[in-house]
Design a protein around this ligand. Sequence first.
Ligand code: NAP
Ligand code: ZN
Length: 336
Amino acid sequence: MSIQTHAYLANEKGQILEKSSIELPELVEDHVRIKVTHCGLCHSDIHLMEDDLGITQYPMVPGHEVVGIVEAVGANVSHLNVGDRAGVGWISNSCGHCKQCDKDEENLCAEAEPLIVASKGGFADKVDVSGHFAYAIPEKLTSENAAPLLCAGITVYNPLKRFLTQKGMTVGVVGIGGLGHLGLQFAKKMGARVVAISHSDSKKEEALSFGADVFVNSSSAEDMAKVQGDIDLIIDTVSAKHDFLQLFDILAPNGTLCVLGITSEHINLLPVQFILTQKKVTGSAVGSPKDMAEMLEFAAEHGIETKTELMPMSSVNEAIQKLIRNEARYRIVLEN
Ligand code: NAP
Ligand code: ZN
């Protein structure tokens, strides 16, 4: 039987979210239904509300850093029980049989479904997702801390795991927001020398407290000159137009610029800029269920702590405006 629940809906581009009654379909055997207690606000929610990627289907319910209590489980779901704490991130389903799904890389499946595109997201009382993409939350993590790890955390953890091949490598984290402040913490705990790169001096003290060894203001040529040719891996989390070449320049030879932020600009590089330096430009997309379980364990074991601002779910529109003004410190979590 389908059920009625409440959710905050974006009915069209540029509109505020409206609380409405929605229908969740009858729970199928591979799915779980979660009663939402907490949901982080990620900048991707705003990109999707504004249809920046051209994939939004209105009406949509944003919210993809969901933690709550399992309310119902389908017959084929065995790793979660009613009453458990569970979470959901960006992906709510994948094809389950392609080369990527077979290799535990469901995040790269061509049919991977973003929760807030294919289904209804977590700014709601309840969500319904494939059990394969519903994660048990380790006991040591509070729900408020765990929610942002399910998108922001996994998105920075994944490239650090892939590209941080030796202890002592220098990692630059660009943009100290939701993703960035977790990137500083994960990079430090993984043994890197960490450089925080921000366009706002106001974040210096906190960036150092999150694990940065050095703080650099990207709008100061003098600051940027100090790290020229110094950085082995850049995790670029900036959510707005910015200068990619400035970042490419501060990489060491063989360095990697890993772009995570979704912006609408091109990266203009001449072949010679790669050839003579062997630098690489790549991207990274959230993570697979296997990565997610590993990341949550790592966070619990190493005391990775999201710096949250807790707000009631009913203040979601206020929270969105705050994030747009770059005033969130550092992840807003909505609470039901
Ligand atoms: P956020 O909390 O808003 O952080 C973004 C940071 O970018 C800000 O804190 C700010 O840091 C910097 N920034 C903002 N405007 C800027 C400007 N005009 N010039 C230079 N820097 C600016 O956003 P988030 O939730 O961390 O998400 C970051 C980006 O990652 C978004 O585009 C989001 O959609 C994307 N994302 C991608 C994936 C993926 O799988 N690849 C997953 C999740 C999110 P400073 O003030 O320190 O400069
Ligand atoms: Zn996200």
